[in-house]
Design a protein around this ligand. Structure first.
Ligand code: AMP
Ligand code: ZN
Length: 214
């Protein structure tokens, strides 16, 4: 089953996507991770998206849709997948509808993580990422064993460029104007389940699975 995770920056969508993917044994497809990987490898796509990503803007639908189309064509998504950070605009949602129709794959549910704005600011402000492997921590909610160092490889933890305050504001704006309308788009088809995004990741995962019946 193909699931879409929807939620503003800082809602814990990425963490839930990984947990859900492991629990349901399907691939976790994060367009943000794919773009960061392109950037790190210095590919043509990476060069085209670098500046816009760092500033907290959205990559064009054209580039994003093409990347997703290629990913969904691979064999490992035959049993389903978790879409994390895609679609992000109504244009992408319309494209995805067409793509899934062509592939003969139904869209399952759309999970919407509900979190207050105050909690989002607190979460993103405390977020730190490993400069080497990209693992994500939080200074108080999910601290590494040794302050400022990644548990996995000991590399320095940094504030991601797009987690800097001015860029977070831009991401919030992009979310409010371009992504938030997706909830109504899917609600009109009765596909949305709402989950309280505040709390322990394991508790949120359990609540989500209960709502999905999986
Ligand atoms: P994320 O890790 O999901 O927050 O994504 C990081 C950044 O990648 C975003 O701020 C955008 O610049 C870009 N990005 C990720 N997914 C998309 C998408 N579906 N459409 C446009 N830009 C995206
Ligand atoms: Zn690391």
């Amino acid at each position: 089953m193909i699931l879409i995770l929807l939620g503003p920056p800082g809602a814990g969508k990425g963490t839930q996507a990984k947990l859900l993917a492991a629990a349901l044994a399907v691939p976790h497809i994060s367009t943000g991770d794919m773009f960061r990987d392109h950037k790190a490898r210095g590919t043509e796509i990476g060069k085209r998206v670098q500046a816009i990503m760092d500033a907290g803007g959205l990559v064009t639908d054209e580039i994003t849709n093409a990347m997703v189309e290629e990913r969904l064509a691979r064999a490992d998504v035959a049993t389903g997948c978790i879409l994390d950070g895609y679609p992000r605009t109504v244009g992408q949602a319309v494209f995805l509808d067409g793509l899934l129709a062509r592939l003969g794959r139904p869209l399952g549910k759309v999970v919407s993580y509900e979190v207050s704005e105050a909690a989002l600011v607190e979460r993103i402000g405390g977020r730190r990422s490993c400069a080497s492997c990209g693992a994500v921590y939080h200074v108080t909610q999910q601290p590494p064993r040794q302050a400022g160092r990644c548990d996995k490889d000991g590399a320095a933890l940094v504030l991601r460029e797009d987690d800097k305050p001015e860029n977070v504001r831009k991401r919030m704006q992009e979310y409010a104007t371009k992504t938030a309308p997706l909830k109504a788009y899917y609600q009109a088809r009765g596909q949305v389940v709402e989950v309280d995004g505040l709390g322990e990741p394991a508790v949120i995962l359990a609540a989500t699975r209960q709502l999905l019946g999986r």
